[in-house]
Design a protein around this ligand. Structure first.
Ligand code: NAD
Length: 543
């Protein structure tokens, strides 16, 4: 044990590499992608640091080339889930007592491995498995995950420094204990960074985790696991468990040592998990912490004073990057009628130049949507829009799944602000737009606020300060991440802590100290230096 109060290296957001023609990063990523594309790998479970093969396997394919198998992965059954719980509980005994600086050093090292040697590997895995372009992969699987690891270690130190006052003759301290039990991390397909963050944020604070990746992101998840193990994460601290979510979750929620759930995914699944925990609440050793970031129906609302070019750019970038599969993606837009002709021309002009296709062709701005289920759901909305009265598909509206699950960026103009595409989460490259009468600015703000059960992200565009103030007040509870004259996507760790309320989640702000607070159970210690030696107080005296 050293006599020191160390400082975690100060975090700086990882610079985004450009991948422009002629750059070394572009050559390396292309080479890595080609190599990984040429091999089919086998992915075991990792339980207690050991590879486990169940023989019950599933394949992961490339969304933009769905005939191409990337990996065959083993799925956990009830026996492996129980083994993982045992491994986690065993690891907890040691890991929860490690000096905090040694724990945090593991994740600092993981960040550096990812920033260097593993960068092209995790980016290529995210491109191949989740159909992200080079740029979308870079800002997710490289920069955001590196930022999560570096900023969270910094926030952990800050959290540990949070100590109470001490009156005369005593010393009060807080011991920021990890939770007593394991955390179940359930991760989505759409961000490799979130998949890495959900098990590691609790683990940094001395917790142990069972990590269930999404079926369509096992491939990139496997490489995250490699990085963590190479960085020195002890066996059993994070157990990697791909598998069928329903039965696995049933077994996991049935264990009394469940101490927390770190979830990102759809609202319905999170609500189901919450319900299942509630039904068993008397069986747990401790009240499980439930942290969930879920769906959204993210908006852009423009005032008549908005800059049309900035607005059109926000619609295109916010709505269609990563095929609209960001939880923060702009999917409903409200534009004043006076501005609409100009915004329409600018937006359609940009959309005409967008290329959709295989992400290994860097000219493509968009790849494929994640799988058959998503493709069917999104194209179902497009078919409905084609057929509906008072709804006009003004751009895109076509799709083709012969090679990959490709859907053209689609813009739908509606006359009814309550049309289903304005209210429901589509999670695809479909933006619906309602041109509102200029005189109804205030009513429109009310519509924006009341239209959906979600409250994740939203943006207002205006060059009129008074209008911005009105929007700020009217939409205060409509978005957990609110943007002024900017697109509602692209939150950066340490700069815009992310999360929404209402139906969008518990709003525990991933990548901030507010999230880490959920993974500790502080113990207050009061030490008295010269304790009282008689029970009597002075007031008891007769005179
Ligand atoms: P999803 O809900 O289908 O899956 C998320 C995770 O839940 C996966 O690991 C999946 O296997 C698991 N799951 C599915 N059924 C389950 C069950 N019955 N029991 C337990 N686990 C189960 O979501 P997805 O398609 O991976 O991701 C898209 C959704 O995630 C969208 O709704 C999006 O808005 C949301 N999302 C939200 C945020 C945020 O920060 N708010 C970020 C990313 C994604």
């Amino acid at each position: 044990m050293m006599n020191s109060i160390p400082n975690v290296p100060p975090p700086i957001n990882e610079p985004v590499l450009s991948y422009a023609p002629g750059t070394p990063e572009r050559a390396l990523l292309k080479e890595t992608y080609a190599r990984m594309h040429g091999e089919e790998i086998e992915i075991p479970l990792i339980i207690g640091g050991r590879e486990v093969r169940t023989g019950n396997t599933e394949v992961q394919v490339s969304p933009h080339e769905h005939g191409h198998v990337l990996a065959r992965y083993h799925k956990a059954g009830a026996a492996e889930v129980r083994q993982a719980i045992d491994a986690a509980n065993k690891a907890w005994k040691d890991w929860s007592n490690w000096p905090w600086e040694d724990r945090l050093a593991v994740f600092q090292r993981a960040a550096d491995l990812l920033a260097t040697r593993y960068r092209p590997v995790l980016n290529a895995a995210t491109m191949l498995g989740q159909s992200k372009t080079a740029h979308q992969a870079e800002i997710d699987s490289a920069c955001e995950l590196i930022d999560f690891l570096r900023f969270n270690t910094h926030f952990a130190q800050k959290l540990y420094s949070e100590q109470p006052f001490s009156g005369p003759g005593m010393w009060n301290r807080l011991d920021h204990r990890p939770l007593e039990g394991f955390v179940y991390a359930v991760t989505p397909f759409n961000f490799t960074a979130i998949a890495g963050n959900l098990p590691t944020a609790p683990a940094m604070l001395g917790n142990v985790a069972l990590w269930k990746p999404a079926a369509t992101a096992v491939y990139s998840g496997w490489y995250i696991m490699q990085i963590l193990m190479e960085a020195g994460l002890p066996p059993g601290v994070i157990n990697f468990l791909p598998g069928d979510p329903g039965p696995m979750t049933e077994t996991i929620l049935g264990d009394r040592s469940l101490a927390g759930i770190h979830f990102t995914g759809s609202t319905s699944v999170f609500q189901m998990i919450w319900r299942q925990v509630g039904e068993r609440i008397d069986q747990y050793r401790t009240y499980p912490r439930l942290v969930g970031e879920t769906g959204g129906k993210d908006f852009i609302v423009a005032h008549a004073s908005a800059d049309p070019a900035a607005l059109a750019t926000a619609i295109v970038r916010g709505g269609y990057e990563y095929q609209g599969q960001k939880c923060s993606a702009a999917s409903r837009v409200y534009v004043p009628q006076s501005l609409w002709p100009q915004v329409r021309e600018l937006t359609l002009g940009m959309m005409e130049t967008i290329r959709v296709g295989d992400v290994s062709d860097y000219r493509n701005f968009m790849g494929a949507v994640i799988d058959r289920k998503a493709y069917d759901k999104i194209t179902g909305y497009i078919k409905h829009a084609h057929a509906a009265d008072d709804v006009e598909v003004i751009a895109g509206g076509t799709y083709d799944d012969s090679v990959g699950y490709f859907i053209q960026p689609t813009l739908v103009q509606v006359q009814d602000s309550a049309y289903q595409l304005m209210c429901e989460e589509v999670f695809g490259p479909v933006v619906s737009l309602y041109p509102y009468p200029d005189a109804e600015w205030e009513q429109t703000l009310q519509i924006v606020d009341q239209t959906s059960p979600y409250a994740l992200t939203g943006a207002v565009f205006s060059n009129d300060r008074a209008a911005l103030l009105q929007a700020d007040r009217a939409l205060r509870n409509a978005a957990g991440n609110f943007y002024v004259n900017d697109k509602p996507t692209g939150a950066v760790v340490g700069q815009q802590p992310f999360g929404g309320a209402r139906g969008s989640g518990t709003n525990d702000k991933a990548g901030s100290i507010l999230n880490l607070v959920r993974w500790i159970s502080p113990r207050t210690i009061k030490e008295t230096f010269a304790p009282a030696r008689s029970y009597e107080y002075p007031f008891l005296a007769e005179k």
